[in-house]
Design a protein around this ligand. Sequence first.
Ligand SMILES: *[C@@H]1O[C@H](CO)[C@@H](O)[C@H](O)[C@H]1NC(C)=O
Ligand SMILES: *[C@@H]1O[C@H](CO)[C@@H](O)[C@H](O)[C@H]1NC(C)=O
Ligand SMILES: *[C@@H]1O[C@H](CO)[C@@H](O)[C@H](O)[C@H]1NC(C)=O
Ligand SMILES: *[C@@H]1O[C@H](CO)[C@@H](O)[C@H](O)[C@H]1NC(C)=O
Ligand SMILES: *[C@@H]1O[C@H](CO)[C@@H](O)[C@H](O)[C@H]1NC(C)=O
Ligand SMILES: *[C@@H]1O[C@H](CO)[C@@H](O)[C@H](O)[C@H]1NC(C)=O
Ligand SMILES: *[C@@H]1O[C@H](CO)[C@@H](O)[C@H](O)[C@H]1NC(C)=O
Length: 319
Amino acid sequence: MIVVLFAMVCGVYICSICLKQVSTRTKSGFSSVQVIQRPCPHPDVEPEELRYMHHPKPNTYSRAECACNPVRYFAILSMQRSGSGWFETLLNNHTNISSNGEIFSVKVRRSNISTIVETLDKLYNLDWLSSASKNECTAAVGLKWMLNQGLMQHHEEIVEYFNTRGVSAIFLFRRNLLRRMISVLANLYDRDNKLLNGTHKSHVHSPHEAEILAKYKPIINATLLIPNLKQVEDTSTKALEYFKSTRHIILFYEDIVKNRTKLLDVQDFLKVPKRDLKSRQVKIHKGNLSSQIENWGDVQKTLTGTQYERFLSVDYRRR
Ligand SMILES: *[C@@H]1O[C@H](CO)[C@@H](O)[C@H](O)[C@H]1NC(C)=O
Ligand SMILES: *[C@@H]1O[C@H](CO)[C@@H](O)[C@H](O)[C@H]1NC(C)=O
Ligand SMILES: *[C@@H]1O[C@H](CO)[C@@H](O)[C@H](O)[C@H]1NC(C)=O
Ligand SMILES: *[C@@H]1O[C@H](CO)[C@@H](O)[C@H](O)[C@H]1NC(C)=O
Ligand SMILES: *[C@@H]1O[C@H](CO)[C@@H](O)[C@H](O)[C@H]1NC(C)=O
Ligand SMILES: *[C@@H]1O[C@H](CO)[C@@H](O)[C@H](O)[C@H]1NC(C)=O
Ligand SMILES: *[C@@H]1O[C@H](CO)[C@@H](O)[C@H](O)[C@H]1NC(C)=O
């Protein structure tokens, strides 16, 4: 009798805890978060891991034979001209990965946290239709998100979203920030001057086009050089600090260029079957930095003896 009574009390207690958890979940601000449904059993999976496995039910189509394949949610967090466009074409070369580009380059989608959450919900429910969508057999879905596209501004809510919804972050940074600066300046110049037969291109697919774009040599303002490099460095440090509680991986563009096994690490991180990934994009600026900057002497003088001196040295070897 006592045992039965004890069991009943325990039962009621456990129920009340459950109810409490349910109510905190709905109070957390993301009312559109679907209650986790698990029609597909994954008996061998750790509970901690289940948090990152999703079974979205798109509104516009059925996941058909892949309905029970779990889907991982990811976001590539990066800065302009850090190789993220190239990186994304590599990911999209995987049959099971769908990375939908810079969705938040459109300002209204990042006007406030509600529009951000609404956009992410749609994306992660596999209802975002872009040229990268692979529909029913997608096993990892995500986007490319630049730090200056509302990410830093709304970091608290976005981190909460990532953690409650089980979104993994892929940081992609560039080690050589001076090379990044050249790419930024050249891209800005091309936007106004459209070197390729009057069309502005940020990424190219032929060595010929790359050569034309690389002909332009920017002049770098030596006074602003160090403050600019420092600002970019500080922004990436801050982003890592903000998002450190999320499940994440940190990648550097240069490492992927030199060592393609880094791409296996990424596929491991996303838990997709491993493939050899290819991109058709061609690198625009290659070879010696000295031949890519108009006022190389000034730049060299400014950086020599500073913490940024390493950016001057040859760090590029073509694969
Ligand atoms: C991956 O790239 C290769 C080579 O460019 C191409 O043949 C293949 O169709 C691509 N696969 C996907 C899924 O895009
Ligand atoms: C968020 O932005 C959208 C689009 O600009 C607007 O319609 C909506 O009223 C805003 N919501 C809040 C809570 O500010
Ligand atoms: C990957 O996609 C193929 C079809 O393109 C599908 O047969 C396979 O089950 C998918 N793999 C995963 C892990 O979802
Ligand atoms: C641009 O012009 C060159 C030569 O005038 C031509 O060979 C090339 O096909 C053109 N490219 C495009 C994209 O129109
Ligand atoms: C560099 O930038 C500073 C601050 O904007 C400006 O005062 C200066 O004239 C610039 N120098 C050159 C050479 O453009
Ligand atoms: C390439 O990357 C892999 C995985 O990150 C690492 O284990 C390996 O040591 C790297 N190889 C070189 C030559 O750096
Ligand atoms: C690059 O610079 C090194 C040393 O400064 C020089 O030996 C080499 O010839 C240069 N390469 C090119 C392609 O200009």
